[in-house]
Each structure stands twice: as C-alpha cells, then as structure tokens.
Ligand binder design. Sequence first.
Ligand SMILES: NC(=O)C1=CN([C@@H]2O[C@H](COP(=O)(O)OP(=O)(O)OC[C@H]3O[C@@H](n4cnc5c(N)ncnc54)[C@H](OP(=O)(O)O)[C@@H]3O)[C@@H](O)[C@H]2O)C=CC1
Ligand SMILES: O=C(CO)COP(=O)(O)O
Length: 316
Amino acid sequence: AQGARSGLETTLWGRDPEAIATMASTGRNVRYLADVPLPPALHYTADLAHAVREADLVLIVVPSHAFTRTARDVAPLKRAGVGVAWATKGFEPGSGRFLHEVAQEVFGPETPLCVLTGPSFAREVAQGLPTAVTAHAFDPQFAQIVARALHGPTFRVYTGTDMIGAELGGAMKNVLAVATGVADGMQLGLNARSGLITRGLNEMLRLGEALGARAETLMGLSGLGDLVLTCTGDLSRNRRLGLALGQGKTVAEAVREIGQVVESVQTVDEVMRLANRHGLDLPISAQVQRVLHGEITPGEGLAWLMAREQKPEYPV
Ligand SMILES: NC(=O)C1=CN([C@@H]2O[C@H](COP(=O)(O)OP(=O)(O)OC[C@H]3O[C@@H](n4cnc5c(N)ncnc54)[C@H](OP(=O)(O)O)[C@@H]3O)[C@@H](O)[C@H]2O)C=CC1
Ligand SMILES: O=C(CO)COP(=O)(O)O
C-alpha cells in the first residue's frame, strides 16, 4: 500500500481470495486495519502470477515461517533481473538462515535483493503518521531504487548496505520485546524496562559482532530504533505476548488472543542457535526461550537474571 501511496502502480497479492475480494470491494483491509482506507490506486489479486508477471519490483511481506515457500512461489513467475525486497523480520525457522541467505539461494546471484526494516507499526504507516525506516541491500543502487519507490512525505527511507545487521536487528528486537513485556506485565517498573532494553541492545551488538554486522546499523533505526519501539509500544504483538505472560497467561492463550504472527516464538530458537554456534552467552534471550518453551515461569527467569554474578558493563 505504501507503494501506491507514493504514486507507484501497485498490485497487492494475498493468499485468501475472499479477503482480497473484500479489500477490492470495500477499499479497506477489513480483517486487520478496518478503520484505515487503502490508497485508491491500489490493485488487488489472489493470483500470484498476475501480481508478479509484469512487476518491476517485488515486495514480500509474509511471516518468516512463510518466507521460503513464498519466495519459491515467486521465483519462477517474475521476470529475470527484477529485484526482490521484503519487510519480513526473522530467520528461516529450523536452519537459522538469514532471509537474505534464503533469497540468494532461491532467486540466484543475479537478482538484486533488499530488506526493508525499522521502527514501523503497520497501523501508523497506514494512517500516514511520520515513519523512518531503512532499506539495506548489498548493491547500494538497489537499496536506492527500493528507497525511492517507497519514500514519501510521511515515510522516510534511509539506505544502507548491511543486510546482516539490518536483518539481525529486526529479528532480535522481537525476542527482547517479549522480555520487556514480561517485566511490564509483572509491573516491575520503568527501571527494569530500561535495564532490559539496554542490556538487550548489548546482546544484539555482541551477536552482531560475531556474525559480521556493523555496530552502526544496530545502533540505528533497524536495531535500537525498532528495539525501543517494540519494547515500549503496545501495538507490538511481541510486547503484548510478554505482557500476557507476565500476567500469568500461557503462550498458547496469548498467541491465540493476538491472532496474528508473533515472530519471537520462532525467532528465539534461531537467535539461540546462532548464539550457541558462536559460543555466546545471551542471558535475556536465553530466559525468553525458556519461558516461551514453558520450562520456567517469567518470575523464575527474572530471578535468574538478577542473581547473575556482578561484572563490568563492558569487558575491559
Ligand atoms: N505489522 C507490523 O507492524 C510490521 C510487521 N513486520 C513484519 O512483516 C511480517 C508480516 O507481518 P504482518 O503483516 O504483521 O503479519 P500477519 O500475521 O498480518 O500476516 C501478513 C500476511 O501474510 C499472510 N500469510 C500468513 N501465512 C502465509 C503463508 N503461509 N503463505 C502466504 N501468506 C501468508 C497472511 O495471510 P492471512 O491473513 O490469510 O493469515 C497475511 O495476509 C512479519 O515478519 C513482521 O515481523 C514488519 C514491520 C511492521
Ligand atoms: O516490527 C514491528 C514494528 O517495527 C511490529 O512489531 P510486532 O511484530 O511485535 O507487532
């Protein structure tokens, strides 16, 4: 929809023909954002080939567990040389691969690839509220093409070439939002929230260093920016999962009530897989994993974090 708002001829594909038909007839996304009108110029289709065949640019926005399948469906349909961008946040479940690694394999080395990420609740973007995000691509020219396509008066798109950092920030902030949500759900106060955000950022930076991310990226919109938004904004589904757990609900109950993708549930396993592979101790992410797997209660996770040995904030 942001493409249509920026004046591009844009076709929206969705897997549910009924939902697509309703959007076409009402001009609204009745299921998720019923009160926000969609741009009049947007076209709709439930036929992926129809959406992709003539496209000059493809933007994939599905949950991470559906990314590989969707990319494989798109690959034979799009014209050669047409670039692919995505706003999905997370890893390929089960393998821990970055989505750009999946995309490189599925689309081949000749296809320009770009991740669009940053602090951007969909509802606020749809309402036209001011938003700043990043477009990272190994090829700076393609990052520029994606940024120009989506940039507009209320939507600033900054470019970069650090796909690892951009994707890591977007994935890890979802896990860390569960931790701050839990603390807020347990009414542990604002000090706890800030402590968790800052030590969470430290986990992001340490894993980022091991994986080859640039620290600036993680200190920018796609790292710290999205971390702060998701840890503090109640529009976040990952934060709301944490809030519900902190209030004593089960993971299954909370996810059912949220009714949309809650990326942290799968992302946490992939974050810990990467951390273990690199021999890193990420205490907050590790406790989120144990809580999400039902191995410990949020209270036990917190007690464990507070009981850790005293140490320097940064190793000297
Ligand atoms: N919402 C937000 O504020 C933001 C979300 N993101 C990221 O974008 C991604 C999508 O999030 P969001 O749009 O909110 O998630 P939703 O849960 O709303 O799902 C998005 C769309 O993907 C469709 N979908 C789900 N599973 C499949 C599948 N197996 N094959 C094809 N389509 C599928 C859904 O269809 P159906 O309705 O039929 O289930 C829905 O239309 C996530 O990775 C999220 O982290 C990034 C920035 C902001
Ligand atoms: O990524 C988001 C905002 O940038 C949306 O966060 P949630 O997936 O937690 O709702």
